[in-house]
Design a protein around this ligand. Structure first.
Ligand code: ZN
Length: 149
């Protein structure tokens, strides 16, 4: 397990230092911002969703702890090219992975599996899910401001 843990740590550090898709989008079709007052994490997400409900582009900006930034970065990679329904399912599985003992198909989550260790630190769950809640709000236009509290 130690090697796996080191690998996971390495991916989180890498995505925190060099976040992917870290920029403001010029003409997003959907956007929202999220805030996690417990930790101070802030994130803005931008989506380009086409007429077939496919996420053709996704980017983010923000600042916060390593977990929140790595999760947002990994999320942008995971969601590009997915349909909205697939993105919702993905978030559900990811949420279950870090909050429940349900038997999740970890392989289906790809690199997001590196955040599975967050389950042992309940206060960090909100850091790991902030970008996801924000994307959910953006996709479904519930609201364009999200707070984890
Ligand atoms: Zn945080």
């Amino acid at each position: 397990m130690d090697n796996l843990r080191e690998l996971y740590q390495h991916v989180i550090v890498d995505h925190n230092k060099n976040p992917r898709n870290f920029h403001i989008m010029d003409h997003p079709s959907h956007q929202a911002e999220g805030f996690n007052p417990l930790c101070g994490d802030k994130v803005q997400v931008y989506l380009l969703i086409d007429a077939n409900n496919l996420i053709t582009d996704v980017s983010f900006q923000g600042n916060g702890c390593a977990i929140s930034m790595a999760s947002a970065s990994l999320m942008t990679e995971a969601l590009k090219g997915k349909a909205i329904q697939e993105a919702d399912m993905f978030f559900e599985n990811f949420h279950d992975l870090i909050t429940s003992d349900k038997n999740i198909d970890v392989a289906s989550l790809g690199k997001l599996a590196v955040l599975s260790g967050v389950k042992e630190y309940p206060t960090r769950v909100k850091c790991a899910t902030l970008a996801w809640h924000t994307v959910h709000a953006a996709m479904h236009n519930n609201s364009n401001k999200v707070s984890t509290e």
